[in-house]
Design a protein around this ligand. Structure first.
Ligand code: ACO
Length: 473
């Protein structure tokens, strides 16, 4: 990737400017119940689709209190929690769509298994979608598509990831041998096959957070991205400390209201909070060694999102259905777009490509957006995207736009923390971003929120959310 497009944007000064304002907004605001009077993004000929409400389990670092569960337990809990939160009659749901990335093979259509476990109607179909870190965004937009097509009127979208237990497979050679053994008809055939067994057959295959097409681990790619965009280790550490600080402040202020406590079987205390949020000093951050490109890389355990267990679910429906059922919506779900780029050099730049595309489709400018909720794969990935959005060179040469779209202002950006601090269960994060968007619009008295995220495969999403008149958190 070309190195010369970096303008003199300094993430550090933007962070400092934004920090104080972001924290004061998130700690003190209880916005009025009616939004500012910008134009509505309603489109003629399209139904209004609304978000009623959404929930998530606390997000936990993998290997902690959820470790003995199954992934569908987490998803079941979020489905039940959603029904309780809304007072939902489960039969009113037409369809359920869930995102999941690293699948437990026994529950590959985990949406259906979790729905059955949660007591949703046997007559409510459910399917599972996957698009890496934006899988629950895909669940949401698939539901929107069904409803715009007039097939359904009320759907649940969400997702789950469970990194405490991932499918670890036998090697290909061992799998082949076992399949042949299964078909062998005589003891002689079986013995012959067993005699071909070598020690190397026993080496297992572990899943990795890496690209199939390039074989590159995400963290490695993020390190290259930071080098290309000249994002320093200090800037990354500063951003990481800030996102943890914002998440802690939001938690203390009670803003993380999408979170539903979980009495986990076998765990003494009820899990009531995310457990990866931690306040660190610059010295503690600076002490950490490179996690991926060793020894000189800048991505560390503290400025990355971490492997997380968690699930989410939200109810979305046509505005007409909400009125009919007496459900009180929080937001309209408006324009959305998916983008994809080169998975080698532009793997984590989805937000830079998705942002101008979705704003253009709605006729909005960056300055019209009140709330930004971007998925933080890595602190450095966010800062590289900000530099790309601010760069004339990148705009002209990569986005084919005459002027840069501009970086989002820090005081409006991920004010309640993000994936680096709260955690990132791949299949569930999209709904967490949506709930932060909807709830922040209400608390901060905004009208439009922009969600953007990158995903494996060099893909990304942009979604626009509009506050619903009279909505309350
Ligand atoms: C589109 C996308 O979203 S792509 C992104 C997909 N996600 C990923 O790729 C996940 C990336 N993250 C990872 O793979 C892992 O979290 C890693 C490799 C970065 C780190 O894993 P681990 O080494 O197991 O992390 P671990 O939690 O043990 O932390 C390592 C050290 O950092 C320290 N540390 C972690 N976070 C912090 C923090 N915020 N402040 C200070 N120290 C910290 C830990 O205390 C630990 O210190 P110790 O060794 O003295 O005990």
């Amino acid at each position: 990737m070309a190195m010369s497009f970096v303008r003199t944007f300094t993430a550090s000064s933007a962070l400092q400017k934004g920090c104080a304002r972001a924290l004061s907004v998130s700690a003190s605001s209880h916005g009025p119940a009616t939004p500012k009077s910008k134009k509505s993004l309603a489109r003629q000929g399209l139904k209004n689709i609304v978000l009623v409400d959404g929930v998530r389990t606390p997000f936990l670092m993998s290997g902690t209190d959820y470790q003995k569960l199954w992934p569908h337990d987490l998803l079941r809990h979020s489905l039940n929690g959603l029904a309780t939160r809304i007072g939902l009659e489960k039969e009113a749901v037409d369809f359920i769509i869930m995102g999941n990335v690293i699948q437990e093979v026994k529950t590959s259509n985990i949406a259906r298994e979790a729905a059955l476990g949660a007591g949703y109607s046997l007559a409510t179909p459910a399917h599972t979608v996957t698009m890496a870190c934006i899988s629950s965004n895909v669940a949401i937009t698939t539901a929107i598509g069904y409803m715009q097509a007039g097939v359904y009127n009320a759907c649940i979208a969400g997702g789950v990831e469970f990194m405490s237990d991932v499918p670890i497979r036998h090697s290909r050679a061992m799998r082949s041998l076992l399949l042949k053994l299964n078909k062998a008809k005589t003891a002689g055939q079986r013995l012959g096959l067993l005699s071909s067994l070598r020690l190397s057959h026993l080496i297992p295959e572990l899943p990795a957070v890496s690209e199939f097409s390039t074989n590159e681990v995400m963290g490695h790619s993020a390190d290259r991205l930071c080098a290309a965009f000249k994002v320093s280790r200090e800037e990354q550490d500063e951003f990481a400390m800030l996102t943890h600080k914002k998440a802690k402040a939001a938690e203390t202020a009670g803003h993380l209201s999408d979170l539903i406590p979980y009495k986990v079987p076998g765990v003494a205390k009820t899990v009531t909070a995310d457990n990866g949020i931690r306040l660190s000093t610059p010295e503690q951050m600076a002490k950490l060694k490179a996690a991926f490109v060793k020894p000189h890389g800048t991505i560390t355990a503290a400025n990355s999102s971490y492997l997380t267990d968690g699930a989410s679910a939200c109810l979305i429906c046509t505005e007409e259905k909400a009125k009919q059922m007496g459900w009180k919506p929080k937001a309209y779900l408006r324009d959305f777009t998916y983008v994809s780029q080169d998975p080698k050099d532009q793997l984590l730049l989805g937000p830079t490509y998705a942002t101008p595309k979705v704003l253009d489709s709605a006729g909005l400018k960056m300055s019209d957006v009140d709330v930004f909720e971007f998925h933080e794969a890595f602190a450095g990935q966010i800062l590289a995207n900000m530099k790309a959005m601010d760069s004339q060179y990148f705009s002209t040469n990569y986005l084919k736009r005459s002027t840069p779209i501009g970086a989002p202002p820090m005081e409006k950006f991920n004010n309640w923390g993000g994936s680096v601090s709260i955690g990132h269960p791949f299949g569930a994060t999209g709904v967490r971003l949506l709930m932060h968007s909807a709830n922040r619009l209400i608390k901060e008295d905004g009208q439009y929120a922009l969600i953007a995220a990158c995903a494996a495969g060099g893909q990304g999403v942009g979604m626009l959310v509009e506050r619903y008149p009279g909505a309350v958190v």
